[in-house]
Design a protein. Sequence first.
Length: 591
Amino acid sequence: MSRDCRAAWSAVLRHTPESRSILGLVLVSVSVAMLSQAAPPDQPAASVQFTNVTKSAGVTFVHYKGANGTSVILEEAGPGVCVADFDGDGYQDIYFVNGRDRYKRGITVRNALYRNNGDGTFTDVTEKAGAPGNAYGLGCVWGDYDNDGFPDLYVTQYGKNLLYHNNGNGTFTDVTDKAGVGATEFGSMFHTGATFFDYDRDGKLDLYAGGYANFTSTSQRTCTIGNGVATSCRPQAYAGTPAVLYHNNVDGTFTNVTKAAKIYQPKGYNLSVGAADYDNDGWPDLFVANDGIEAYLYHNNHNGTFTEMAVTSGMALTQSGTAMAAMCISLGDYDNDGYLDLYISDFQLSSDHVWHNDGKGFFEEVSDLAGITVPTRNILSFGGGFFDYDNDGWLDLFIANGHVYEEVERLNPEMRYKQINSLFHNDAPHDVNVKFTEVTKISGDGFSKPYAGRGAAFADFDNDGNVDVIVANVGDPPLLLRNGGAAGNHFLNFRLVGTKSNRDAMGARIKLRAGEMSQIREIAGGGSYLSQSDLRANFGLGQRTKADTVEVWWPSGAHQTFRDVDADHFYVIEEGKDQLLMQRIGKIPAR
């Protein structure tokens, strides 16, 4: 089938006002089947195995959607999940965001904080910690905004957002009003992706909170599709809302600088956001995925302001000039050329997107060349992104999948509300063009059961050097996938501690050289979909047993170099100190 014909078919159900009828699903089902059979990729003979350990790990959380009949747009939007070592014991903990009973049926639910016990199990410590949330939750991010050595928690909600201050003793205090970060200044009630980042490099974390559709209690609840079937309305049935940028005042409060920073966008439909230095000028820029309109790229002007330049950079729209139902933002150097590339997930029949960063400020969409167009066409992708699951030194790709219309199966049996997640292996250096090959079916029982997946985060929960995956699902338990690792491959893991820079080292860049291989990682919060991953930087080394050099560029401008770094260790790099320390179990010393 020609590329023009494929584009015409996919337009039938693209997530836009012109293509809303699920009746079109019946018309395209035959073509989708043809596409899925075209040019099947060669799969490797063996793959890393991911095991679903949710139950054995003691995670009993179940997301509550709270629908009353047909779901509304809010009830299909979440949940996210975020990861951090909140108590400083060396193990990554998990925060799950939950919905609420908005119809006064007497159902009580809450968010959940699970402490990692360090033995493969987790304990729900929400009540003791005092961080249950207080409204319909959507996403979350961690960030040590006061540089006291303990990560604080920001929760995006329908209504006012929440900022929980980490007291350093296993408990949290709601400081939202004192800090002034409820994100309701512009009238937005529907808050989505957020991130902490130090946009002015003053050593204190600032905060971006996204706004989504202007869905209120008086808004239209449902729309009809196909033969009059009721379903949730598309986002463009409502007006967009602005995001909010807060500057950290150092005294525990924040100031809304959205307009002063020149990022005020009243029509936004933000879903996820990622802060990263795409042009290697040392300053964090801001990538925003919007649902059904162009994406935003705010270039940091180094003076407290930003310039929106997504169109001129090539990533505002797809290569065919269409807007995306953009859920996930992920930035990573998948070809190891020293520049951060970009992945954005999209709606079913629109396929997902990979852009290559040319190092000159332009992103070229290479989705077809990278091999993800056909395998992602018949899924609806949400959270995930780049991570090196087999520690071979090349970033792979994980995607959490699930539809947003429960009713889709009634109109086309080829479509599913719950879907299997996807895993792609980076075939470099065996393919000069860097191609991703889907390995979902051979990667273990963690890819055997469908869910309505949403948020996803990456973290090495058991500290074995292999990066695990946690997925948040709508109306279901989460999915905790333990990575069994690739035999013979080595790793290096670094936790950065800022002194002059922000303590979380967000915005710091690490460059590792091992033989002929060079890799970079940037410490960043947010990303994925309504979620946040482990802030430690994990590097796969393949068969190499050491790194020749490890360099760190800090937001403060400081630069450090370490040589002959032995593999298979967890290191701490403190800004300004020449010695590598070992990460250890036990409390992190206060600054």
